[in-house]
Design a protein around this ligand. Structure first.
Ligand code: ADP
Length: 436
């Protein structure tokens, strides 16, 4: 407004001056020329504004003079605000994209025609898809599981997200996927895919474990109960009284089974402590003393039926829990006794390795193991010959305990054996656990 008043003032003064000097026609020409000049200047500013508006977002607003300068400055401020907002939105969008990409669940966005609009890398892995190739394709053409196809169709037709789908894909046997659909923006659906394979495996292991423990407990308990009932009934039975020796035999057998149950409970408690305990104590264990103790116990278990040798290569120490290491070493040694015929040879060997580690090895000349069983021996209750394991006082948990103890000490168990030709069980300790 001020600019306009100024221009009118200047125009009037110039018109009066030119009119007074050269007459009224010259005044009119002068005013028209000035008006044209003013118009041309405005046109110029407008043209610059137009050129600026066609530039990419973020281009600085051009400089201007006069009243245009204020308008351009205001525009400049607005443009800066808009750029900042746009960048903030872009950053937020990018963060959301990164979160969706990093999710442990597979995420797919489908449009109303089942076509994939977007998916994260986990969805590619779980459903066997490829982002580069498959975005834009109908998911029902790519994942050919009949249950999955009807689930997606139902999902898009009804929008009902209450019933998830659990599917075992034919292309990856043993895997279990849990899929949920969530209605997204108009007509689109979000598919969330979760891998339940590990969870299902754990559940199966837990179920089997409970069934195994119950079974292991029930058998000796039934036997003890049976023997005790027979012995009690025979006391009042005047017709067929039991001889004291017979009662003794029954009681001995009952005691045997009670001991077995006790061993089982002890092993179960050891295992559960190993699983739930904090890392093992870091004691400096004297390997010489430990080996001497294990050898003495093994000798007692053998009662002279085997030839036992201790091959100890010099003094050394192990860093860890002496209780756990003792339990692992004596389990390996007692297995050697229990699975080696009378007259067989058993060696307990301690060897230092060049790289600074060390190996405790139990070598026997016993019954040996068929190679197909070797990978499963450390599973709880896995036994090659159930009868033989029981007869020799086994619980089926010894090697599971060994494996846990060794894992807790960053050691590994290496089993080598041939059926009928003896076995060797080696516990290999890393250098950081071994001292001199
Ligand atoms: P168990 O109490 O039955 O001995 P373990 O977990 O100690 O349980 O061992 C699992 C199985 O591994 C045993 O039942 C046995 O079949 C086999 N096994 C373990 N040690 C030996 C060995 N030294 N020689 C032959 N078989 C063995």
């Amino acid at each position: 407004m001020k600019g306009l008043l100024l221009a009118v003032g200047i125009f009037s003064v110039i018109a009066m001056l030119v009119g007074w000097l050269f007459g009224p026609s010259a005044a009119i020409i002068a005013v028209a020329t000035l008006a044209l000049l003013l118009l041309w200047r405005h046109e110029l500013q407008l043209a610059r504004l137009k050129v600026w508006a066609e530039q990419p977002l973020g281009t600085p607003v051009p400089l201007a003079t006069g009243s245009w300068s204020k308008a351009f400055m205001a525009l400049h401020r607005r443009a800066r605000q808009a750029t900042a907002q746009r960048e903030a939105l872009q950053e937020m969008g990018e963060r959301f994209r990164m979160v969706a990409e990093a999710l442990p669940e597979g995420v797919l966005i489908l449009d109303r025609g089942h076509q994939i609009e977007w998916m994260n890398p986990r969805a590619e892995v779980l459903l066997g898809l490829d982002r580069q190739r498959d975005v834009g394709m109908p998911v029902t053409h790519l994942v050919r599981e009949p249950e999955f196809i009807s689930f997606v169709e139902r999902q898009l037709e009804t929008g009902d997200s209450s019933v998830p789908l659990t599917v075992r894909p034919l292309r990856s046997p043993g895997h279990v996927l849990h899929i949920r659909g969530v209605p997204f923006s108009a007509g689109s659906t979000l598919l969330l895919v979760e891998d339940l394979t590990q969870l299902e495996r754990l559940e199966t292991v837990r179920r089997d474990f409970v069934a195994n423990v119950s079974h292991e407990m029930r058998t000796p308990l039934t036997v003890v109960q049976g023997f005790l009932e027979t012995a009690r009934d025979s006391i009042g039975d005047t017709q067929q009284p039991m001889l004291p020796e017979e009662i003794m035999t029954f009681l001995d057998m009952a005691l045997d089974h009670a001991h077995r149950m006790q061993r089982l409970i002890e092993d179960l408690l050891t295992l559960s402590t190993l699983e739930t305990d904090a890392p093992p104590q870091e004691e400096v264990v004297d390997v010489n003393a430990l080996l001497a103790l294990v050898a003495e116990e093994t000798q007692a278990l053998s009662s002279g039926r085997h030839e036992l040798v201790l091959e100890n290569q010099g003094p050394a120490t192990l860093l860890g829990s002496s209780r756990e290491l003792h339990s692992a070493f004596s389990n390996l040694a007692s297995n050697a006794i229990r699975y080696t015929q009378a007259g067989g040879r058993i060696a307990l060997r301690w060897n230092r390795q060049n790289a600074g580690g060390a190996v405790f090895k139990v070598i026997d000349s016993g019954i040996g193991i068929e190679s197909k069983h070797i990978p499963r021996l450390t599973e709880r209750f896995y036994r090659i010959d159930r009868g033989r394991s029981r007869e020799s006082g086994g619980t089926g948990l010894g090697l599971a305990i060994v494996k846990h103890v060794l894992e807790r000490h960053q050691a590994t168990l290496i089993i080598e054996s041939k059926l009928g030709n003896g076995s060797s069980f080696a516990a290999v300790f890393p250098a950081q656990r071994v001292g001199s």
